[in-house]
Design a protein around this ligand. Structure first.
Ligand SMILES: NC(=O)c1ccc[n+]([C@@H]2O[C@H](COP(=O)([O-])OP(=O)(O)OC[C@H]3O[C@@H](n4cnc5c(N)ncnc54)[C@H](OP(=O)(O)O)[C@@H]3O)[C@@H](O)[C@H]2O)c1
Length: 329
């Protein structure tokens, strides 16, 4: 196939630091892989903002095109599993980390990163979900596997107005749970209630390190922030409860005690969506296309590549609400 010129968001490193710009690239520069995909949409996740701002824990070498999510059409296939013209979705693995990602109009990926887009989901719906939604789904899956149930008490979602948090609130409330949403944004209480939260509490109520065992308020839930908030969450979780831990926007530290684990049997469950096995990712996409079908359009803002630098700044400051879908045009 002939080389194709395309547009991409590119992060570059110089003595002055890291800069972002929209550049013209060629598919000849992409590492040859099983599938060449013309990307229609991507989405903005916290990890993309880390990559776009030079975090070497996420991306080792620059120049680089971030974007850990992509949906689009197969234009070249060296895999019997996928045909030219098929719509696929990919989230995580190395995409957007050290493999050029979905903030470019073309990506080249191994076939075992790709999932056929379920026919019940549109490309726009898929990228409203993206890694943030998939992660929320993986969290809910683990909570259900740990026997959390709507009649066993309230659940808490922290970082609730963010990407992972918003989708977690929506799925859990759809499944019948009473959801308490923790937020730092006083002006987003109505938003969180509109997603299905039955109560909203402010972040400062949980930011001070508390006692190891506190009053049991929740049967568990979804933590996206870490630090003292997660520590208090563990201490406020009831007998046999479970919490999923996926993010560190508040802190990557966790000071806790053995007591919630040995006196209340609390489980703390780690989530790594990027490296989840493909079959589990497929299960979550299927859930979003059937039993967990939720209207994410109301929490999604769609942007073009040239607006991304501004959106990256906002997510790094913890100011984003809901999901950002990127239209590759
Ligand atoms: N492990 C995985 O597989 C995985 C996958 C996806 C994301 N993540 C991680 O999960 C976290 C959330 O990702 P996201 O895409 O949802 O990001 P996001 O859209 O930026 O949401 C994060 C939310 O956290 C809250 N927050 C921000 N700064 C805070 C602070 N200093 N203290 C407490 N809360 C704060 C804010 O919500 P409120 O104002 O409502 O509190 C913010 O909207 C990130 O750490 C991300 O890297 C992990």
């Amino acid at each position: 196939m002939e080389d194709i010129n395309y547009k991409a968001f590119v992060t570059k490193e110089s003595d002055a630091g890291f800069t972002n710009s929209i550049e013209d690239l060629s598919t000849s520069n992409l590492h040859k892989n099983d599938l060449l995909i013309r990307v229609s949409y991507s989405s903005l996740n916290y990890k993309d903002a880390l990559s776009a701002s030079g975090n070497k824990g996420v991306t080792r070498e620059y120049p680089h095109t971030p974007g850990i999510d992509a949906v689009g059409e197969v234009v070249e296939s060296n895999s019997p599993q996928f045909e030219v013209g098929e719509s696929i979705v990919v989230t995580g693995y190395d995409l957007g980390m050290n493999t050029y990602g979905g903030f470019g109009q073309y990506i080249s990926i191994p076939a075992n990163w790709a999932i056929s887009l379920p026919k019940e989901l549109s490309e726009t719906e898929a990228m409203s979900i993206g890694t943030a939604g998939l992660t929320a789904g993986l969290c809910v899956r683990k909570l259900l596997m740990n026997d959390l149930a709507p009649d066993l008490g309230d659940v808490l979602v922290t970082g609730a107005s963010g990407g992972v948090g918003s989708v977690a609130v929506m799925i859990l409330s759809k499944l019948g749970f009473r959801v308490t949403a923790l937020t730092g944004k006083e002006d987003q209480i109505d938003y969180l209630e509109s997603l299905g939260a039955s109560s909203v509490i402010m972040r400062n109520e949980m930011e001070e390190q508390g006692k190891p065992l506190q009053k049991s308020l929740y049967q568990g839930g979804v933590d996206t922030v870490g630090g003292n908030i997660l520590s208090n969450f563990i201490s406020q979780t009831s007998q046999r409860g479970a919490i999923t831990c996926c993010g560190n926007v508040a802190s990557d530290k966790l000071q806790t005690s053995i007591f919630p684990f040995i006196l209340r049997g609390v489980s703390l469950i780690g989530i790594d969506s990027a490296e989840s096995i493909l079959e589990v990712k497929k299960e979550i996409w299927k859930n979003f296309s059937k039993d967990w079908k939720i209207d994410l359009e109301k929490i999604t803002k769609e942007v073009q590549l040239d607006s991304l630098p501004h959106e990256v700044e906002k997510i790094l400051k913890g100011e984003q609400v809901g999901r950002i879908r990127v239209n590759l045009g």
